[in-house]
Design a protein around this ligand. Structure first.
Ligand SMILES: N[C@@H](CCC[C@H](N)C(=O)O)C(=O)O
Length: 258
């Protein structure tokens, strides 16, 4: 039996999208990893299933490129919304459910503004910050992201003694360009490499910068694959944020069958 797939990308973070409303997708971890393989498969940072869910427009089920089901993926969520509209399932506004709970999103042509989960705390550690924006994120400020060994340091932190035993973390490096403007590079857990953009990572960096520097946003973030923007409202407690929105492009690339 063949499976029809659709490839989407959001700021260069790319995903295999599958319409699984009839629950026929049965691939296991190893097969999903093969589909995401850039030499032997379709190639992607992750695979997303769109399924029915009572009470929502759809359910997003996300797998990292290693084939394991992941925590929330911000760019994947934006691409899932675009895919749902291309399938005629939703209009310019949608409400869907993902692993971290309910999300809303608005579409404006190729741009998707995705509501993210509230953030309930930022930990300040010796040389970095840590927060959870639906996925866990280590954030370190650097003077130049271009001169940072993202993969080398990323791997050491992801598998290191602090985060490794707890399931690992995504690792972000942020450079302040000016007020409300960051440049970010991310080592992604589950891809085990740098990706061209990470939505939950960019959100984490913007909120950490807002907390550290008193920014009110929106924070513009340049990533290797393009530009993203993060809006938020500060909560009453330090490190708490609500009404967080991640905005950027989400585009169809190609489709096929495997
Ligand atoms: N690319 C994602 C992040 C996906 C989750 C991550 N790889 C993890 O397992 O924690 C994004 O855009 O947020």
């Amino acid at each position: 039996m063949t499976t029809e797939f659709f490839k989407y990308q959001g700021a260069g973070n790319d995903f295999i999208m599958i319409d699984d409303r009839n629950l026929t997708f049965t691939a296991k971890q190893e097969q999903i990893a093969s589909l995401c393989d850039r030499r032997f498969g379709i190639g992607a940072d992750g695979l997303i299933l769109l399924r029915n869910d009572p009470g929502y427009d759809f359910r997003m089920v996300y797998f990292n490129a290693d084939g394991a089901e992941g925590s929330m993926c911000g760019n994947g969520g934006r691409c899932a919304v675009r895919f749902a509209r291309d399938l005629g399932m939703v209009g310019d506004f949608t409400r869907f459910i993902a692993v971290d709970g309910e999300h809303t999103a608005e579409l404006n042509d190729q741009v998707v503004r995705l509501g993210m989960s509230d953030v309930n705390g930022i930990e300040t550690l010796e040389d970095h910050y840590f927060t959870n924006t639906g996925s866990p994120h280590y954030v370190a400020f650097v003077t130049s992201v271009d001169e940072t060994d993202v993969v080398g340091i990323g791997k050491a932190v992801r598998y290191g003694p602090v985060y490794g035993p707890e399931g690992g973390t995504n690792v972000n490096f942020a450079q302040v360009i000016e007020k409300d403007y960051l440049k970010v590079r991310t080592y992604e857990r589950g891809v085990e490499d740098e990706t061209l953009a990470c939505g939950t990572g960019v959100t984490a960096c913007a909120l950490v910068a807002a907390e550290c520097f008193g920014w009110e946003g929106p924070v513009a973030v340049r990533v290797p694959g393009g530009m993203l923007s993060v809006e938020f409202i500060r909560g009453t407690e330090p490190g708490n944020f609500r009404d967080i929105y991640l905005t950027g492009p989400a585009e169809f690339v190609f489709s096929g069958a495997v």
